[in-house]
Design a protein around this ligand. Structure first.
Ligand code: LMR
Length: 405
């Protein structure tokens, strides 16, 4: 069949990473992929992860056997606790089932596959416009139709809340709505608490099904609980929902592929039995897709989450990452303002999480790449963690030049 397979384009984000690596300039800056870098532009192995590594390697009982199909229970049970809160009624009622996945992407995929097989409402999944570049193709792969709801207001560089609400209202009842739990990718714009409550109330009226993608817990506010606030509110409101959870960013475990998919069943007399049936089907899907998940990343996260001291240290590590990113937002904004760069730059500090949606045009982005060796996605997104005290000045000056041209 080889001659009928057409050439596909290279993945834009990984293509960008390749181009950056090949660039020989000493000035080059990588603001592409959403991966944390320290102030020396280097990947950061979290100190708490190094400790967990040592504990695991010194364990004389360590082996490399298969995990159960649903993954490492000591990992998935703590993973959902940090998300839902240990006191969550959903956990108390045993109406949450969790499966360890190939990080967030695998979780979104498994959730999509599950919905494709079992969802009986309006089988269209709605994404924010814009959303993470991978969302659409994951749902395309399981043949679920996709649509978008407005999200980003180009004028304010904030949330188009009216547009979003109207689209949720206009969508057919029982549509599937994909929501970013916090630190929206690519815009860095999240609804406020009050706005989340309104979103939940519209979704309740319309019986929509929420599918939360949570890749950045701890990166939005620096506080795990606050960053899970939206999902917790939906759970309190009695929704049945899915959560895809990634530990790539908040543990710096990008290549280990540690994640979970959680299904929360709505409260009710049959909730526990319903949840058990859902778990049984997820197990069949998982077995046919990957058989059972990889063990190492889950071991690290489990080691940390199950030890009070390490857990506290993880929170400190997280605050260090989110704090450095905030400092860079401040630095970039003040440098652009000091240069008098045309336009307003308050959105750089208003936006949160790993990314800023700068508002730079594709043409400006390409100029930054060609003339200044600055690598960012064509939609004007920058990964804030790529900036540091040594390069933020150079970047601000480069932006200033391309904006004035
Ligand atoms: C990103 O958007 O940069 C990250 O989520 C990495 C990825 O896999 O796309």
């Amino acid at each position: 069949p080889a001659d009928v397979v057409p050439q596909a384009p290279e993945d834009p984000l990984f293509g960008l990473m390749r181009a950056y690596k090949a660039d020989q300039s000493k000035d080059k800056i990588d603001l592409g992929i959403g991966a944390y870098r320290d102030n020396n532009a280097k990947p950061w192995v979290l100190p708490v992860v190094r400790k967990a590594d040592d504990i695991i390697h010194n364990d004389p009982n360590l082996d490399h056997e298969y995990l159960p199909i649903a993954g490492l229970a000591s990992f998935t049970s703590k993973a959902r606790e940090i998300f839902l809160g240990a006191a969550s009624p959903a956990l108390k009622d045993e109406r949450v089932t969790s499966v360890q996945t190939i990080s967030g992407t695998g979780a979104v995929h498994l959730g999509a596959l599950f919905l494709a097989k079992f969802y009986k409402g309006n089988r269209t999944i709605y994404f924010s416009n814009p959303t993470w570049a991978n969302h659409k193709q994951i749902f395309d792969n399981v043949a679920l139709p996709t649509a978008t709801y407005p999200y980003f207001d180009k004028k304010t560089k904030g949330l188009d809340f009216e547009g979003m609400k109207k689209a949720l209202q206009d969508a057919p009842e029982r549509s599937i709505i994909l929501l970013h739990a916090c630190a929206h990718n690519p815009t860095g714009v999240d609804p406020t608490e009050a706005q989340w409550r309104e979103i939940a109330s519209i979704m309740r009226q319309k019986s929509h099904f929420p599918f939360f993608d949570s890749a950045y817990q701890g990166f939005a506010s620096g506080d795990l609980e606050r960053d899970a606030g939206a999902v917790r509110h939906f759970v309190e409101q009695g929704f049945e929902l899915l959560v895809a959870q990634s530990f790539a960013k908040n543990f710096g475990l990008y290549g280990e592929r540690a994640g979970c998919l959680h299904f929360v069943t709505a409260p009710g007399p049959s909730a526990k039995e319903d949840t058990a049936r859902i778990a049984s089907q997820l197990a069949i899907l998982q077995r046919s897709e990957i058989s059972n998940p990889p063990i190492y990343g889950a071991r690290i996260v489990s080691t940390v989450l199950n030890d009070d001291k390490l857990f506290a240290e993880w929170r400190d590590n997280l605050r260090e990452m989110s704090g450095r990113i905030k400092d860079m937002r401040q630095a970039l904004r003040s440098k652009l303002e000091a240069l008098g760069t045309p336009g307003t730059w308050n959105h750089i500090t208003d936006q949160i999480g790993m990314f800023s949606f700068t508002g730079l045009s594709e043409q400006q982005v390409l100029k930054l790449r060609d003339e200044f060796h600055v690598y960012m996605t064509k939609n004007g997104r920058i990964s804030m963690a790529g900036l540091n005290t040594s390069n933020v000045d150079y970047f601000a000056k480069a932006v200033d030049k391309v904006v004035r041209e």
